[in-house]
Design a binder for this molecule. Structure first.
Ligand code: NAP
Length: 300
């Protein structure tokens, strides 16, 4: 089994690399920084380490996405892709933009993972029963009215890190539903609603003192990253789920949970799909290239 995990150098991603490699899977550990990736992989036991290949991937850079995807595809069939990486830098005071003019959270947490999934879809399609896992956040339940800002996607005026983060995570839930509908039985698509999870000490240390102090009690009560890594392994290699649409969205116990309102809206989902395709240069999806019908909505 071959598994690719983004954001593999820390937190849940690193624990998932360890769990998959220890279970005998070959793991492509995708890390924005080669140095941080090497340091992280060096913490694995030698046998697990031997199963891991480090590949650089910056999800905010289309050039990096294309290069990493080419490497993954050249490696052969890919059984599991886990879109784990995300930016949620709460200290960001104003919107930052990528070289292509996209807001950074939107690019990293939504456009990048979606484009990367499309670009490695040929390798997924070559695997006998491929799976794709998207990663969202339980915090979305506190924003039931949240909708995609189609009118202002590249407008930094409404930016706060919290809004930008949940906006991008909502987009990942919507994308998971659309993809599941489009691929039917060809791919097992899940989107995990991650609850509060303990951050690595070095990640917390990067935050300004005020945020560190605010985060400390939450971090103590949060779930260990290892527990979520077990859920990634379960979604990637446990009993198949065969989700059809709304049932892509699960919690840490693999229970199907209610979709955010916007994710239940087929028109909003289709609009997001086409806006995303346009922003990412219309990458081809293996299943569409094979003439797979896009199917009708089973969610509304
Ligand atoms: N922790 C929580 O309470 C919580 C709650 C809900 C959902 N989640 C979700 O769970 C997932 C894992 O989070 P975590 O808790 O394990 O946090 P983490 O330790 O901060 O991991 C995030 C990973 O994403 C990577 N990343 C950030 N920007 C990137 C970019 N431009 N390109 C490629 N990789 C990039 C980071 O790499 P660098 O080291 O290079 O920055 C890091 O490896 C995320 O999707 C997060 O949204 C977490």
């Amino acid at each position: 089994m071959r598994v690719a995990i983004t954001g593999a150098n820390s937190g849940i991603g690193l624990r998932a690399v360890r769990r998959f490699a220890e279970s005998g899977a070959d793991v492509i550990a995708l890390s924005r920084s080669r140095e941080r990736g090497e340091l992280a992989i060096a913490t694995l036991q030698p046998e697990a380490r031997a199963r891991v290949r480090l590949v650089e991937l910056d999800l905010a850079s289309p050039v990096s996405i294309a290069g990493a995807a080419e490497t993954v595809v050249a490696d052969g069939p890919l059984d599991v892709l886990i879109n784990n990486a995300a930016v949620f830098d709460l200290s960001a005071r104003e919107a930052r933009f990528t070289e292509t003019g996209q807001e950074l959270f939107w690019a990293t947490n939504h456009l990048g993972p979606t484009e990367f999934t499309a670009r490695v879809s040929g390798a997924l399609a070559a695997a006998p029963s491929p799976r794709v896992v998207f990663v969202a956040s339980k915090g979305l339940v506190t924003m039931p009215g949240l909708a995609i800002r189609f009118d202002a996607l590249t407008d930094g005026s409404w930016f706060t890190p919290t809004k930008a983060y949940y906006h991008s995570k909502l987009a990942q839930v919507m994308t998971a539903v659309t993809l599941a509908e489009r691929v039917g039985d060809l791919v097992d698509v899940s989107c995990l609603r991650v609850p509060a999870v303990r951050l690595d000490a070095d990640r917390l240390a990067e935050q300004p003192p005020i945020l560190r102090a605010l985060y400390a009690p939450k971090n103590r009560l949060a779930m260990p990253a290892e527990a979520l890594a077990d859920v990634y392994v379960d979604l990637g290699a446990g009993a198949p789920r065969h989700p059809r649409g709304s049932d892509v969205y699960v919690d840490e116990k693999r229970r199907v949970v209610a979709l955010p309102r916007s994710a239940r809206d087929a028109a909003q989902r289709e609009r997001l799909w086409s806006v995303t395709a346009e922003a990412t240069g219309n990458p081809a999806w293996a299943w569409e290239a094979a003439g797979r019908p896009t199917g009708r909505s089973r969610v509304d």
